[in-house]
Write a protein that binds this ligand. Structure first.
Ligand SMILES: NC(=O)c1ccc[n+]([C@@H]2O[C@H](COP(=O)([O-])OP(=O)(O)OC[C@H]3O[C@@H](n4cnc5c(N)ncnc54)[C@H](OP(=O)(O)O)[C@@H]3O)[C@@H](O)[C@H]2O)c1
Length: 403
């Protein structure tokens, strides 16, 4: 069998020689709409601890924007320098649901025919750091699958390590199952693993980008543990959407103190200008919450919001960050950190067992995927362009193995 058409599957366990993939190449790095091309490429070979999955649906994440633009890192070149590139192109995509079609010789936990969701925490199974008890997510060999690896989910078949497969929740459709893992596991770690700053009943959690991938998960987790989610968004439509999910919400367009701080803004004669504007935002939070400030601030826009995150975080609270979508120069007035004993915590995805724990919450129906739209394989670049333009709504699934 040479190829199969998009939207179809071969008989179980039969692997075509070639597959269709939305590929990235170094000479095409650009905005998503221009960077991707559908190519016919060879289906990858497996190592002994790897699994070949027929992708039923892929989920979009912002890291594919970084991959497509080649900014801030040319990931294909990085993989080549690390001697980890298995091809001269990249298949991005860090979320998917699918069916196991082939397993490597040492794979025991999944079998051909299993319906799975893949979590993106890739690492070498025999990494000595992990063998000695280290967390997989901080292991030297840890990589974000579909961003730092060659064979992600934007293709008819993808390959992953065996431990990256978790059971697909039976009550979910393929597209619903493709959009929750990366954002959900990241938020699960951010809100539940940094003791004592874990969400407790009555805690206010400030959530930037409340209508986005991370944001919709953060609203659900905060509510699940009895906290009070305060979502920040950029439109009245998204504000209503977050309110419909049970969050208090603020439209950030009503404020204009965003962006990095500079030393000029912190001189004795100027510092009250920024502070006065930021106070207006802080007062809005307190007005909504009946006088409480956020015990946890969930950061990911970075440069645009970090000064405010540190300012509005409650004394002895935590700003936890996993990204810098608006820029990496995350400044803040350090007095707010030390004088009020606040904590700044970095976080990156989740460990293998945390993905399993999180998946169980989805299986139990305690956390649900928030699917905005499902589009065709051909429409993938346009849908990712919407994410780049920040005009997308909720999470996007890409139909691959079904019509
Ligand atoms: N380290 C990790 O493990 C990890 C895991 C998942 C995601 N991430 C990263 O986290 C970031 C968000 O991912 P996502 O999937 O949630 O993306 P998303 O669905 O695009 O949502 C991001 C939200 O951020 C808000 N935002 C964008 N620019 C902003 C700005 N200048 N100021 C305030 N808010 C802004 C937008 O909300 P409004 O415009 O409505 O305010 C947007 O909805 C990305 O950079 C992604 O790569 C990291």
């Amino acid at each position: 069998m040479q190829t199969i058409e998009i939207g179809t599957l071969p008989p179980l366990g039969e692997i075509p020689e070639y597959m269709y993939a939305q590929t990235l190449r170094r000479n095409r790095y650009n905005v998503p709409l221009k960077a991707f091309e559908i190519e016919k490429v060879k289906v990858p070979e497996l190592r002994e601890d790897e699994v070949l999955v027929a992708v039923m649906a892929a989920g979009l994440n912002y890291n594919s924007v970084w991959a497509a633009t080649g900014f801030p890192m040319d990931m294909i070149q990085v993989m080549q320098l690390r001697k980890e590139a298995e091809t001269d192109f990249q298949i991005a995509g860090s979320d998917c649901s699918g069916i196991v079609y082939k397993v490597g010789d040492n794979v025991k936990n999944v079998a051909v025919g299993d319906e799975v969701v893949i979590q993106a925490g890739w690492c070498e199974s025999n990494d000595p750091f992990i063998k000695n008890g280290g967390m997989r997510i901080v292991a030297p060999s840890a990589r974000a699958w579909g961003y730092e690896t060659s064979w992600g989910s934007f293709a008819q078949f993808c390959k992953a390590k065996d431990f990256m497969c978790v059971p697909k929740p039976k009550h979910l459709n393929w597209d619903e199952a493709a959009v929750y893992m990366l954002s959900g596991a990241t938020i699960y770690r951010m809100l539940t693993k940094y003791e004592p700053h874990v969400v407790k009943p009555g805690d206010v959690v400030l959530i930037w980008g409340g209508a986005g991938g991370l944001g919709t998960m953060a609203i659900q987790f905060t509510k699940l543990y009895g906290g009070i989610p305060v979502a920040v968004v950029n439109s009245e439509e998204k504000k209503k959407f977050c309110e419909s999910m049970g969050a208090l919400a603020i439209n950030r367009c009503d404020y204009d103190h965003w962006g990095a701080l500079s030393p000029d803004m912190l001189k004795p004669e100027t510092q009250e200008i920024w502070r006065g504007k930021a106070k207006k935002f802080l007062k809005k939070i307190m007005e909504l919450t009946g006088g409480k400030l956020p015990r946890i601030v969930l950061e990911h826009p970075g440069e645009a919001t970090m000064p405010t995150s540190m300012f509005v975080c409650d004394r002895d609270g935590m700003v936890v960050t996993c990204a810098g979508t608006s820029g990496y120069m995350a400044s803040f007035d350090i007095r707010y950190l030390w004088l009020q004993l606040k904590r700044l915590q970095g976080s990156h995805f989740a460990d293998t067992h945390e993905c399993v724990e999180f998946n169980q919450l989805v299986i139990d129906g305690k956390i649900n995927p928030v699917l905005g739209q499902t589009v065709s394989f051909e429409e993938l670049p346009a849908a990712l362009q919407e994410m780049y333009n920040n005009t997308h709504k909720g999470n996007t699934a890409i139909k691959v193995g079904y019509k």
